[in-house]
Design a protein around this ligand. Structure first.
Ligand code: HAM
Length: 424
């Protein structure tokens, strides 16, 4: 085959049938769970003013290296960026519309980060997520965590771990930052060059380094959980005991930091053990009590999570679960009389809510049966000269052992429904 002139840009993919159907089914499962828990969907723009995303942290990789930013054609031009995540845009929307809190929303859609692509890491990837704005109560944290946890369970995933930490509140931060800064300064000779630069700007970000050379220093660093203020410690205690009460197994992960700077108090990640370490984060989130205010809105506590759809599907493959929905087409019409019968039969079946397809081009019975087989349809409805003369159609079971039967053409819909009770 000749090389095509163009391919999908690096880090992006075409998601073809039937994989696309499986993704939609996964999003549907998430949407249903979120809506059962009182979340409503928000569809927000795929690009925003770059300033919105700067709030993710001026020193984070997402802002410094991974932003797809551009100027529009306005006069003066506006500096915009494709969204690398949705939390900041949702907080911008909250500040703009001032809905009645608590505002519980869910979302789904593509995000864009200029990352080095590898298995499970793309430049365009899809997240599903929820955010709760205007709730300070630790019960909200428990509710949100339980929603994420039960979503993985509902897909059939059994090897997902919940890692939990608290980053403390503004009252806890200064003492910790001082202790951490002093420790890292003292050990800076043992850090990688990149982390020494990061240390100058934000000591907390050093803890997010995945570089081998930094790990021994990180292993002995002071822990945030030892510096929590009374309020932050109590909040965290209630969250943990709530999870215990619901029987959700979590692991305390005192070195967990997130890749974005807006977090306060509870933070968490979902790790899929069926995936290799570098891509095993299938979701993450936490509280961000200052973000709405930072974007010009009223002081508003917030929390939520985003789950990576692409990686979750990889984890499903690795665990052999969530195969996706069966083909929607139940009947493949094989018409060897020129195609006119196929047209009216498909029409009738579809109007009755039964998936039906056919082939084009007046091909032989054998060729059409091959296409029928490839389509995944359960039944073939075969119409030849004989059948036309008798006003009948032959229904053949392509997958099971129900054999075949000739039925009156005007009974097609009813016969198909009886032949295979229930959907596919
Ligand atoms: P995040 O940890 O940056 O958090 O992303 C959440 C999830 O998106 C990751 O756990 C991963 O599954 C997926 N993901 C991230 N980058 C990529 C990539 N390049 N390719 C494939 N999948 C990826 C956030 O985005 C926060 N907005 C989460 C949040 C919501 N916090 C509070 N509310």
């Amino acid at each position: 085959m000749a090389e095509p002139d163009f391919r999908a840009p690096k880090g992006t993919r075409d998601i073809l049938p039937a994989e696309s159907g499986r993704r939609r089914a996964l999003v549907d499962v998430f949407a249903r769970r979120a809506e059962l828990a009182g979340f409503g969907e928000v569809v927000s723009p795929m690009f925003e003013d770059l300033g919105v995303f700067k709030r993710l942290g001026e020193d984070t990789d997402v802002v410094t290296k991974e932003m797809f930013d551009f100027f529009d054609k306005g006069d003066p031009p506006q500096h915009l960026a494709l969204r690398p995540e949705l939390t900041a845009g949702i907080c911008r929307a909250y500040a703009e519309h001032r809905p009645v809190p608590p505002w519980k929303i869910w979302y789904e859609g593509p995000q864009f980060r200029y990352e080095q692509p590898q298995a499970g890491r793309y430049r365009q990837f899809t997240q599903v997520g929820v955010e709760v704005l205007g709730a300070d109560d630790p019960q909200a944290d428990i509710d949100v965590l339980a929603l994420g946890w039960s979503f993985y369970e509902s897909l059939g995933l059994g090897q997902v771990r919940l890692l939990l930490n608290s980053l403390g509140d503004p009252g806890s931060r200064p003492a910790y930052m001082e202790a951490l800064g002093a420790y890292l300064e003292a050990r800076s000779g043992d850090l990688t060059d990149q982390s020494r630069v990061t240390l100058e700007r934000n000591p907390l970000r050093v803890l997010d380094s995945k570089r081998e050379g930094d790990q021994t220093v990180i292993a002995d660093a002071p822990l945030m959980v030892d510096f929590l203020s009374g309020d932050a410690a109590e909040h965290f205690r209630v969250v943990r005991s709530g999870l215990d009460g619901l029987g959700i197994a979590y692991e305390m992960s005192p070195r967990l930091v997130r890749g974005l700077d807006y977090y306060t108090r509870t933070i968490f990640e979902f790790a899929a053990d069926a995936l290799p370490g570098a891509q095993n984060a299938v979701g993450g989130g936490g509280r961000y009590d200052g973000l709405v205010e930072d974007l010009g809105g009223p002081p508003t506590p917030g929390l939520g999570f985003a789950l990576g759809v692409d990686r979750i599907l990889l984890a499903c493959d690795a665990e052999g679960v969530f195969p996706g929905p069966p083909p929607a087409v139940l009947v493949f019409v094989v018409d060897v009389t020129g195609g006119g019968s196929a047209l009216s039969m498909c029409q009738k079946l579809r109007e009755a809510g039964i998936g039906a397809d056919r082939s084009y081009g007046g091909r032989s019975m054998k060729a059409q049966m091959k296409v029928a087989d490839r389509s995944g349809a359960r039944l073939a409805a075969i119409i030849g000269e004989d059948e036309v003369a008798a006003g009948e159609v032959t229904i053949r079971d392509l997958r099971g052992d129900a054999g075949q039967r000739r039925v009156p053409l005007d009974m097609l819909v009813q016969e198909v429904s009886e032949f295979v009770p229930g959907p596919n």
